[in-house]
Design a binder for this molecule. Structure first.
Ligand code: SF4
Ligand code: F3S
Length: 113
């Protein structure tokens, strides 16, 4: 089992989850994070930290596409080591449905030099 980041992270990226993770599981895309399933120790500590309620156990119904997406982008997005400012319009996008269809970006986050 692992935990995965799901739809409501997209365009919000609050990043409160990051500082709670003891093993630096989170990788950062342009407008969402994903969890590295190979590193996650299933502690669940990050789950209540997400203001968008976007982190779910992979055992929940309908999680297969999210498991795949988290595993895939873990391979290409950089690790985010600490919490930072959310995206500017995070509160506006929090709770919108099916953001994956119109708002998802596959680009990696820009890493500060
Ligand atoms: Fe990190 Fe624990 Fe969340 Fe996994 S469940 S991403 S190990 S805080
Ligand atoms: Fe995303 Fe929630 Fe973390 S919105 S960045 S999973 S705190």
């Amino acid at each position: 089992m692992t935990f995965v980041v799901t739809d409501n992270c997209i365009a919000c990226k609050y990043t409160d989850c990051v500082d709670s993770c003891p093993v630096d599981c989170f990788h950062e895309g342009e407008n969402m994070l994903v969890i590295n399933p190979a590193e996650c120790i299933d502690c669940g500590v990050c789950v209540p930290e997400c203001p968008a309620d976007a982190i779910r156990p992979d055992t929940e119904e309908g999680m297969e596409p999210w498991v795949e997406l988290n595993a895939r982008y873990t391979q290409v997005w950089p690790i985010l080591y600490s919490t930072k400012e959310p995206l500017p319009d995070a509160d506006e996008f929090d709770g919108k449905e099916r953001k994956i269809e119109t708002l998802f970006s596959d680009k990696p986050a820009e890493v500060a030099a």
